[in-house]
Design a protein around this ligand. Structure first.
Ligand code: SAH
Length: 481
């Protein structure tokens, strides 16, 4: 059957794509319908026809999916943040498990039978809202030139004014309102991406969930805030305010932060404590941040520039799984690649002989070293540089060795040179923590073609309401078994 732009079709949505779009079939065609969820029957308008598939826009829900739920945020359809807020939470978790399995099967080449055997059930949240400890809000102007802040509409740079995001902490609203009030009162102009003029670009807010400490960093297209003390005076009245800084970014880019930060009030960092628990506790669904823990925890100092996992409740579960998979007994040499501020490294150091961390951001490594000292951990050493550059050089020149290698790369996964060196080092176990199951599957395929076997894997939901999912995988070297 032929379809043309503007045709209206009726479809049953029986699958969802990796970005959360509804997928349905009609007349031998596959349709992608944004905002439709699995189980819906919808009327949709054809927007763009390609060979064998087409994009359509949701016009009307003829029969809602039994998994549809009332979204909490009125902006969820416009905003690019929560792609699957209209799906109930159990269905969100099922969607994520399905997505991960599909990627491991299609891209990684692992059979469904193997996956049935090695995949453990996804670790979900008890309260899948208000979980983020960090938010970065763009600042701009509305039609009348008044300053606004909120979120970019999906795939654009148009700001939807919203100071009350359903994923963030309640203090965000108060802080954003103080900033907007200050901008209006002192006529401080928001940055304009088109002209490169105006001062305030973004505001970053972070909260330590266990410490209650709050950090605000204002990103400027300029050196200084006018009447800075007025803004500081108001911000410091927010309960928990610990650190206020500015970051200068004069470049016309999508990169949010400038190269450096200058503290204008309070401390340079905030602190947070992470605990890990036994897998039994994780399986029983016990949350750690909110409750007590047998583990005394590790305390971290976090600066505005460093990477720090955004969902503390689930991070503890993620790290607990990674530690369980590493099976450390106290005698091992461990390499933690892409180590950030040394979070995973320091937990491993408490259970291993020696840990080496590698991380490309210098500030994060400086934080990692301070964090080790702060927790009296002496068997962790950190290197600044790209894993794919540092590891091969150390291997060639110093013949470094590992019993266990942990990797936790950004979305693009591990670089080929990094994977090649890991294979040469031939650690008994590889623990792969991933935030992108497609690149994970690609990397696992390589490792499993070079002597490793997929033994365990488990997804954890660190990003409820969105399509993102975190994974932990254990590979073992077949020769050692
Ligand atoms: N394991 C840490 C950080 C994971 S995020 C945690 O759980 O908190 C990924 C980290 O990899 C970031 O800190 C990022 O700065 C770093 N990174 C990105 N590319 C890298 C590379 N090529 N080599 C080393 N580190 C890199």
């Amino acid at each position: 059957m032929e379809y043309r732009k503007d045709d209206i079709i009726t479809l049953r949505i029986d699958d969802m794509g990796t970005d959360g779009e509804g997928i349905g079939k009609a007349g031998g065609f596959t349709f992608f319908v944004k905002d439709a969820v699995i189980g819906d029957t919808v009327e949709a308008k054809v927007m763009k026809v390609k060979k064998g598939y087409a994009y359509a826009r949701l016009v009307r829900i003829v029969e809602p999916s039994p998994n549809r739920t009332e979204p909490r945020c009125p902006y969820h359809r416009q905003c690019g943040g929560c792609q699957i807020q209209a799906l109930d939470y159990a269905a969100q978790l099922a969607f994520k498990e399905h997505k991960v399995r599909n990627n491991l099967n299609r891209i990684g080449g692992f059979s469904m039978e193997l996956l049935d055997r090695v995949m453990e059930p996804i670790v979900g949240m008890k309260e899948p809202f208000y979980y983020r400890n960090k938010a970065q809000f763009p600042v701009g102007a509305d039609k009348n030139g008044e300053p606004v802040t909120g979120f970019y509409a999906g795939r654009t740079h148009a700001i939807i004014p919203n100071t009350d995001c359903a994923l963030g902490v309640k203090e965000n609203k108060m802080i954003l309102e103080i900033l907007l009030g200050y901008m209006k009162k002192y006529k401080v102009a928001p940055y304009d991406e088109e002209t490169g003029e105006g001062l305030i670009r973004h505001i970053l807010i972070r909260k330590g969930f266990t410490s209650g400490e709050i950090m605000v960093c204002i990103i400027l297209n300029g050196e200084k805030l006018p009447q800075e003390e007025r803004l500081v005076e108001q911000l410091r009245s927010v309960k928990g305010m610990t650190s206020i800084s500015i970051s200068i970014n004069r470049d016309n880019t999508n990169v949010i932060m400038g190269k450096e930060c200058r503290t204008i009030w309070g401390r340079d960092t905030i602190s947070d404590v992470i605990h890990v628990r036994s897998i039994g506790d994780i399986n029983a669904g016990r949350d750690i941040v909110s409750g007590s823990s047998d583990d005394e925890g590790i305390s971290f100092a976090i600066s505005p520039m460093s990477f720090y996992q955004v969902n503390p409740v689930q991070t503890e579960k993620l790290y607990s799984i990674a530690l369980d998979y590493a099976e450390l007994t106290g005698t091992e040499t461990v390499w933690d690649l892409y180590c950030g501020i040394g979070t995973i490294s320091l937990f491993m150091a408490k259970r291993a002989k020696q840990v080496y961390g590698v991380e490309v951001v210098g500030q994060a490594v400086a934080d990692a070293r301070k964090n080790a000292a702060r927790n009296n951990i002496e068997n962790a050493r950190f290197y600044v540089g790209k894993a794919e550059e540092v590891l091969p050089v150390l291997y060639e020149e110093e013949g470094i060795y590992a019993d266990v290698i942990c990797v936790d790369p950004p979305r693009k996964g591990c670089d080929a040179a990094c994977l090649e060196t890991i294979v040469k080092m031939a650690p008994r176990r590889i623990v792969y923590v991933s935030c992108d199951s497609a690149t994970l599957a690609r990397d696992l395929k390589y490792l499993c073609a070079n002597g490793y076997e997929l033994r365990r894997c488990r997804a954890a939901d660190l990003f409820s309401q969105t399509v993102h999912v975190e994974m932990v995988v254990l590979l073992t070297y077949t020769v050692h078994q």
